[in-house]
Structures are given as structure tokens and as C-alpha cells.
Design a protein around this ligand. Structure first.
Ligand code: MN
Ligand code: MN
Length: 457
């Protein structure tokens, strides 16, 4: 008789899962890098999800549509938030298996009146979106992504800085030679939001025009995109890091890229949803906007749309909405903070996510005395343990960091507030919220395997 293993020890995917899984993980990561490069904003991430869904036979859903087992549908909410769902053979009253990831990431949005000229240079003013460390965005190539909604209804898509021949956006920084005073300030006071201005021109138009550099920029924008300065008022233009995701490490075991938080969970959610064809349950994959600013608004997780969808689905399948919600389960798939030895003092290592130790489960988020968390029940954790362990998924438990050092939240509590049992399960990230973040390929793949096991169990 074998002895019961009475210890809990984290082990890496490399130690536990074997070469076949590791090879599959490295292969799977290639598809993720393609998705990441194509999805630098929530709009682009939604467009990519639509392409993936349609290629897998999903079609657009409209409220009131009749539904039956086997139907594969998606609801594209304003191009910034998408719900994929598949109707199972099991009765809808048994609940829906839901994963929810967010597809917005920290960045710099252009202000509504962004263009100005100073010292013969033209700039665009920005307003940062989400939690950033402001100094990280200085003195590096940046790209402009987004849309301008014109008064006549036309939507102009703009992407500048991604092709090799494109110009890039840039924010200047202070030279060290003149930084004696600046160096004595704290990070919080030295770097200010109003200084995150994008350099976009220095060539004046000919003639005796005032603000001749700005005029040159405005004329260029008008000739190239058919827009005027007033059109910026109805635009959503974002500054993101320019360039592509790249492998990190001589062993190519990691990926550095913009927006892993939370596309590193969005991609395994969609692919698991599409691949979990054997599931008898009704399944749903939510990719949501506005998580980084608190999940408010019509494309955020706090919007009533999720309730409308569950209500319509329940009704169309002869279910009772309250019963459906009570019996549903949700994995809030958001990133965890991977233990970083360079900043060891902010983590509590026994309860931190460790690199390569698989997909990370966070029973609660929040800050201080568990403020602002839904704190998943022990019963739900036990159920998820069983799902993951029976599928041989390598996974670990984690909390964000040491008590009282900071904190954070996800969409979990907004789902839980709808009477849907919800827990966080996601991929660990190094340098979270930096312009370029780092993740482990094997952790990414375990997230895919976990979500697939969850849909199928
Ligand atoms: Mn996140
Ligand atoms: Mn985040």
C-alpha cells in the first residue's frame, strides 16, 4: 500500500508533467504570440476573438433567438467585449460553465484635445489608463492604436508604429547630466501624468503660419485619415508599446510582450472553449473590457449585459434563470503576480505564485483585511482541486503579495455578486503592468489545460 502524501509542495511543470506536455506548451505559445501581437487593444482583441470563433463555426447571437443543444454563438458587445457560448446537451438548469478574462491593458489614452505645440515641437497629450508606473513609458518606441468616430458615423481605424516603415510615438525623458534635483524626488512625485506627452512632429509648414508645426501635423492627419482636430473629441486612441512579443531566455521558456495582463488568460479561455467540444454543459467564455479601471460601463463586467444573456439563454432553453445562476460556476481567469527574487520583500513566498508551477488559483483578492473580495468558498476550491487534479493539470495556489503591502482585484467579485460561484485562476506574470511583461510558456499551457478540464468536467 502506498503511503498517503501528507505534504503540499509546489512542483514545476518541468518536474511533474513530462516532455510531451512541455513540447506541446512551447508549440501552443506560438499561437498565443500571434494573438497577442494582433490584440493590443480591447477592440483588436475582440476582432481576433470573432475571427477565431467564426473559424470554429460560431455565429452571431441576437437576443430572442431560439437555442438548442450544439449551438455555437457569440455576442459582440460594441466591438470591445465578447461572449462566446455553446449550448450543451445537459439541462440549462444545471448551470453554465463560465470563464471570464479581460482584454483591456494599462496604456496611455489620448486626451480629447490632445494636440499642442511648444518649443517648435508638436505633442499629443495623454491620460493614462489603468495602473502604470509612469517612468516605464519614457524614452521608448510607442505605437498609436485606435479609432476615430466621425460625426457622419464613419469609423476610422488608425494604427501607427507597428510596421517597420512606420514612424513611432515617443515620450522624452530627462538627461542624467541635468537630473541632480530630479534624482532626489520620490518616484511618485518625479513622474507626472501631465508629462506623458507624445512627440509627433518638429517640421513647420511653409509660410508665416502660427503654430506651424502643429498645423503640419493636423494637415497630415487630415490628408491621411480625413480627420480634423475636432474629431479627436470622439476618438479612442491609445498609446501602447511598439513592436512584437518575443521569447525570453536562451532556453526560450518565457515570452515578453505587451498586455499579457490579461490576454494571457483570454487566449487560453477562447481556445479551451473552442476545443472543449466534448462538454455536455452549456459553456461560456467572456472577454471583457474596462477591468483595469474598475469594470464599470457598458463593456465592463459590472454591466447588466451578462444578466441579460443568462436570462435570455435560460428562457430560450426552458430553464429558470435563478436556478441557472445558482448552479453556474465561473473561473475568473486573470493574472497572478509571479514571485520575483529582485523584489522578494513584497511577497510571502509560501503563498506566492512561483514561475513554472502551473496555473495559479487565487481564493481571494482585495487588500488589507481581505477588503473588496468575494473570497471563493472552500467547497468551490475543493471542487476545482478535483477538476484540475483529475485532469493532471499542474496548478498552484497564490495570493498577490504580503499583507498590507498593496492589493488588487479582478472581475471575480462582480460575477460572484450575481450568485455565481467564482474563483480566480490564471497565469503568473513578472513585471505586471509594465509596457513589456513576462510570462512562462508552461504556465500559459496549464491555463489552457485547466480551462478545458473545467469546461469538460
Ligand atoms: Mn488583470
Ligand atoms: Mn491588471
Amino acid at each position: 500500500m502506498s503511503e498517503t502524501n501528507v505534504r503540499y509542495e509546489k512542483k514545476t511543470v518541468y518536474a511533474k508533467a513530462g516532455k510531451e506536455i512541455v513540447d506541446a506548451a512551447y508549440e501552443y505559445a506560438k499561437g498565443y504570440v500571434r494573438y497577442l501581437d494582433a490584440s493590443k487593444t480591447e477592440r483588436e482583441a475582440t476582432d481576433e476573438a470573432v475571427k477565431m470563433a467564426e473559424a470554429a463555426g460560431y455565429r452571431p447571437y441576437e437576443f430572442g433567438m431560439p437555442l438548442q443543444a450544439g449551438d455555437k454563438l457569440y455576442y459582440n458587445n460594441r466591438g470591445k467585449n465578447i461572449y462566446l457560448f455553446k449550448i450543451g446537451t445537459e439541462h440549462i438548469n444545471n448551470g453554465i460553465r463560465i470563464t471570464g478574462a479581460h482584454i483591456d491593458s494599462p496604456r496611455l489614452d489620448l486626451k480629447q484635445v490632445p494636440v499642442y505645440e511648444e518649443a517648435d515641437m508638436c505633442y499629443l497629450k495623454t491620460h493614462y489608463y489603468g495602473g502604470i508606473r509612469k517612468y516605464q513609458w519614457l524614452a521608448m518606441p510607442l505605437a498609436l492604436h485606435g479609432v476615430v468616430a466621425k460625426q457622419n458615423g464613419e469609423i476610422v481605424k488608425i494604427t501607427v508604429g507597428e510596421n517597420e516603415n512606420d514612424p513611432v510615438m515617443y515620450i522624452t525623458d530627462l538627461l542624467p547630466h541635468l537630473a541632480a534635483n530630479e534624482n532626489t524626488k520620490t518616484v511618485a512625485t518625479a513622474f507626472q501624468g501631465e508629462k506623458l506627452n507624445i512627440l509627433v512632429g518638429s517640421r513647420p509648414v511653409e509660410g508665416d503660419e502660427k503654430e506651424a508645426v502643429k498645423l503640419g501635423v493636423l494637415r497630415y492627419l487630415n490628408e491621411t485619415y480625413g480627420i480634423t482636430e475636432e474629431d479627436f473629441l470622439s476618438a479612442e486612441l491609445s498609446i501602447v508599446p511598439a513592436g512584437r512579443a518575443r521569447d525570453v531566455g536562451f532556453d526560450r521558456s518565457m515570452i515578453c510582450g505587451y498586455g499579457h495582463d490579461d490576454r494571457v488568460c483570454a487566449y487560453p479561455s477562447i481556445t479551451a472553449m473552442i476545443d472543449a467540444d466534448e462538454s455536455v454543459h452549456t459553456t461560456m467564455c467572456i472577454l471583457v473590457d474596462k477591468e483595469e479601471t474598475g469594470s464599470d460601463g457598458v463593456t465592463g463586467m459590472q454591466c447588466n449585459l451578462i444578466m441579460d444573456l443568462i436570462s435570455e439563454i435560460s428562457k430560450a432553453l426552458g430553464g429558470n434563470e435563478a436556478t441557472v445562476r445558482y448552479n453556474s460556476k465561473c473561473l475568473s481567469s486573470d493574472v497572478a503576480a509571479t514571485f520575483d527574487p529582485a523584489f522578494a520583500d513584497v511577497y510571502e513566498k509560501r503563498n506566492a505564485a512561483l514561475i513554472n508551477c502551473g496555473v495559479a488559483m487565487c481564493k481571494f483578492t482585495g487588500s488589507r483585511g481581505k477588503g473588496g473580495t468575494s473570497d471563493a468558498s472552500a467547497e468551490l476550491v475543493a471542487w476545482v482541486r478535483r477538476v484540475l487534479n483529475e485532469a493532471g493539470v499542474v496548478w498552484q495556489t497564490c495570493e498577490l503579495g504580503k499583507i498590507d503591502v498593496g492589493g488588487g482585484g479582478t472581475i471575480a467579485k462582480y460575477m460572484a455578486n450575481h450568485n455565481i460561484d467564482t474563483i480566480d485562476l490564471g497565469v503568473g506574470v513578472l513585471s505586471m503592468h509594465a509596457p513589456y511583461e513576462v510570462i512562462s510558456k508552461v504556465d500559459l499551457y496549464e491555463a489552457y489545460r485547466a480551462f478545458r478540464a473545467f469546461y469538460n468536467f
